[in-house]
Write a protein that binds this ligand. Structure first.
Ligand code: SF4
Ligand code: SF4
Length: 96
């Protein structure tokens, strides 16, 4: 298989690892990964007590979790992984 690869400024090849999922079971909703990403890939979502996505104005909001909302904007830098205290993110290379 051939994956999408890039070059560093020194001309060394590297394979970007693109964000696939965020584990809602472990996510604290702390927002660190959101702040680390400059590409608008993620957003906080509200969940109700049944673990279903709820409206922001809903009184039944139990907690918030980070979600992948614009995966097509990811450049595969994995900065989000480095700031996450719970290692919630999973990644994969993209087929060329
Ligand atoms: S890998 Fe980089 S670009 Fe992709 S979501 Fe994480 S911080 Fe954003
Ligand atoms: S840094 Fe980790 S724990 Fe914090 S919001 Fe992002 S995925 Fe959730």
């Amino acid at each position: 298989m051939t994956y999408v690869t890039g070059l560093t400024s020194g001309g060394n090849p590297w394979t970007p690892q693109f964000l696939q999922t965020i584990n809602w079971d472990t996510c604290l909703g702390c927002g660190r990964c959101f702040k680390a990403c400059g590409r608008g890939v993620m957003a906080l979502l509200a969940l109700n007590e049944d673990g279903e996505v709820a409206d922001e104005d809903d009184d039944e909001i139990e907690r918030k979790v980070m979600s992948v909302v614009q995966p097509q904007n990811c450049i595969g830098c994995q900065a989000c992984d480095r700031v996450c205290p719970k290692r919630c993110h999973t990644y994969a290379p993209a087929l060329a």
